[in-house]
Each structure stands twice: as C-alpha cells, then as structure tokens.
Design a protein. Structure first.
Length: 97
C-alpha cells in the first residue's frame, strides 16, 4: 500500500490514501522517530513488541516499528526512539479505541 498509490486508493479510498502519502513524506523528512509531530505519534506495544502508531484520517492509523539490523536500545532495554532512523510499516488499521 505504501508503494502503490493506486492500490491504496482502491483499498482505503481517497482520504486515507492521501493522508498515508503525507505521513510517508513526514517519515522521510524526520531525522528520527521523535521528530514526528503530526498524527499524534504514540508509542505502543503491537503484537507483544514495541511499536509506534500515527493517526491517518477517518479512524485509520499506521503502525510501525524500528527496522535496524542491530536494535537501537537504551540501557533499560527499551527502544531508543530518538535514534531510530529506519522503520518498518506493520499495519494500516481502523482505530476502534
């Protein structure tokens, strides 16, 4: 979906696919995850591992995790999001919270 705008439009519709494009541009512009300032970025646990979510539109959200070959961790063992520069998109889902 992130690489094929037509497919995203077909599956999610115009508003969600446009917001997805916008969020992907935000990711490219940010030096690290902590620089994300739109979409209410929130650290979460997703299928039992650390991840982040950002809001898209119409109750949709994008879920991603760190995608470094060697994990970027703090001394506490938690992800050091200020040094995460590579991410992996895990899901685009409807937010029913």
């Amino acid at each position: 979906m992130c690489e094929d705008e037509e497919k995203a439009m077909e599956v999610y519709g115009k508003d969600v696919s446009q917001k997805l494009r916008s969020r992907l541009a935000d990711f490219l512009a940010a030096k690290n995850v902590n620089e994300l300032c739109v979409g209410s970025p929130t650290q979460i646990t997703y299928t039992s591992f650390p991840a982040y979510r950002v809001d898209l539109v119409d109750n949709y959200r994008l879920i991603f995790c760190s995608n470094h070959i060697k994990p970027v961790l703090l001394d506490t063992g938690l992800v050091d999001w200020s040094n995460v520069t590579y991410i992996k998109i895990l899901a685009i889902e409807t937010n029913y919270e």
